[in-house]
Design a protein around this ligand. Structure first.
Ligand code: UD1
Ligand code: CA
Length: 452
């Protein structure tokens, strides 16, 4: 059976105290709304519909960067969660599968939990709701149970004193057959304490039609919604803690896991070693047995088996390190492929380049890739030797087994097997240093005497 995901993301998020729409605030480099969509991705939705309102254009643009096939619909006025879901009706007019509603500001729902909601639907319940035992139930809708089935959900503002005693709360997520969901919502009114069209009102309407609602229970931590900067900061901590635990579980070696920061999509193979204080930006994959040494910063890059990076290295987007490559301290690599066994050990900038296998790049070497207007490429062959402090003025090609002399400024191609020397020739003037020392010493003594 096909599924659809509806993500509610129209709210302003006043309490974030920010110009940025709430769902675009980031945890581990990904916007909240993207975390929410990722959670739902486990059910392989045929359609993903985002209901946006505040900051519509920005939300739409960001969502489409991550999910180009998503449909972003507009909720002009925020008249409640039920009203928000109704905005997805047009986009799902020809769709007859199950729809799962998630909140764009609730990033930690586990994919397995959403799958359980779909499974519960298969078990015969018309609606499946996510519930949790709340430590402090006061902000949440309460689940009024009749045995195993849910009778209704009462929002806190509308709850009676006895209902307020209930600690089983609504996590916000709903799964139901899409046409039936829209049909039930069309019967919901705004006759409640907030004057809103509540999504939660479909439960008792369904009950009057003899349709049952089941509850999938999860841990409160999963349903944590982000409303304030403090919530966001806490969520960052929770995310890192979970990600570190998952990395350790997968066989990554980290002597000081708490000092390492991951991105939402960091992937690291078994037996890789990550030294303290490494920061991973988005889109990094590290293969089995690679070593990332302390204080390195990596984003948008791939590090293959047996490669070693850092300490204090910076890998920027498009850095591709093949097997057994070594990138040493204070080296920056951007948009460059380093073939097997290549070494750039100290203090270099390698950008828009390709370095052939087993080539050694000496300390202080720089690919001068930018002329102020355009970027140019540097090609270095295999088994080449680039002398320390070589300036490679791109576009330029260095052949296989070629060499450049230390301190050279290379601005034309070097053929295979050639040695390129491009620097001033050294001249020794015998005795001249001694003469110069004494001349300068006398000059200084004269000046000091004049001042007295
Ligand atoms: C909702 C539930 C409540 C549950 C709680 C869990 C309803 C009526 N109440 O309450 O039972 O315990 O979540 O956190 O569903 N949104 C829109 N458009 C709107 C209104 C909301 O897109 O018109 C979006 C918000 O941006 C947010 C989500 O829906 O992402 C939830 O809305 P919010 O106002 O936070 O609902 P709660 O009052 O917390
Ligand atoms: Ca909320």
């Amino acid at each position: 059976m096909p599924t659809a995901l509806i993500v509610l993301a129209a709210g302003r998020g006043t309490r974030m105290n920010s110009d940025l729409p709430k769902v675009l605030h980031r945890i581990a480099d990904a916007p909240l709304v993207v975390h929410a969509i990722n959670s739902g991705a486990a059910i392989e939705p045929e359609k993903v519909i985002i209901v946006a309102g505040h900051g519509f254009e920005d939300v739409q643009k960001t969502v489409l960067e991550y999910y180009p096939d998503a449909i972003v619909v507009k909720q002009e006025d925020q008249k409640g969660t039920g009203h928000a879901v109704l905005q997805a009706k047009m986009a799902l007019s020809d769709f007859d599968g199950d729809a799962v509603v998630v909140f764009g500001d609730t990033p930690f729902v586990r994919p397995e939990t959403i799958q359980k909601m779909i499974d519960m639907r298969k078990g015969g319940d018309a609606i499946s709701i996510l519930g949790f035992e709340a430590k402090d139930p006061s902000p949440f809708g309460r689940l009024v149970m009749a045995g195993d089935t849910l009778e209704k959900i009462v929002e806190s503002k509308d709850a009676s004193d006895t209902e307020k005693q209930i600690s089983l709360c609504n996590g916000g997520l709903v799964a139901a057959n899409a046409p039936q969901l829209f049909d039930l919502l069309s019967q919901v009114d705004d006759n409640n304490a907030s004057g809103e069209i509540y999504l939660t009102s479909i439960v008792d309407i369904a009950a009057t039609k003899g349709l049952t609602t089941g509850v999938v229970r999860c841990d409160e931590a999963e349903t944590m919604g982000i409303n304030t900067r403090a919530d966001l900061a806490h969520a960052q901590t929770v995310f890192q803690k979970d990600k570190r635990a998952a990395m350790l579980e997968n066989g990554v070696y980290m002597a000081n896991a708490d000092s390492i920061f991951f991105s939402f999509d960091t992937e690291i193979g078994r037996d890789a070693i990550i030294e303290p204080y490494v920061v991973f930006g988005p889109s990094v994959t590290i293969e089995t047995g690679a070593t990332i040494r302390a204080f390195s910063h990596l984003e948008g890059c791939h590090v293959a088996r047996g490669a070693s990076v850092g300490p204090y290295a910076r890998l920027r987007p498009g850095a591709e390190l093949n097997e057994n490559v070594k990138v040493g301290n204070f080296v920056e690599v951007k948009n460059a492929v380093l073939d097997e066994g290549a070494k750039v050990s100290h203090l270099s900038y390698i950008g828009d380049a390709h370095i052939g296998r087993e080539t050694n790049v000496g300390a202080g070497t720089i690919t001068c890739n930018y002329d102020g207007f355009m970027k140019h490429r540097t090609e270095i062959g295999e088994n080449a030797f680039i002398g320390s402090n070589t300036m490679l003025v791109a576009p330029v090609t260095i052949g296989n087994q070629a060499m450049t002399a230390t301190g050279s400024v290379i601005n034309s191609d070097v053929p295979d097997g050639a040695l390129a020397i491009a620097r001033g020739r050294q001249v020794n003037k015998n005795g001249l240093a001694i003469k110069l020392f004494s001349k300068l010493r006398n000059l200084k003594e004269k000046r000091v005497a004049e001042k007295k």
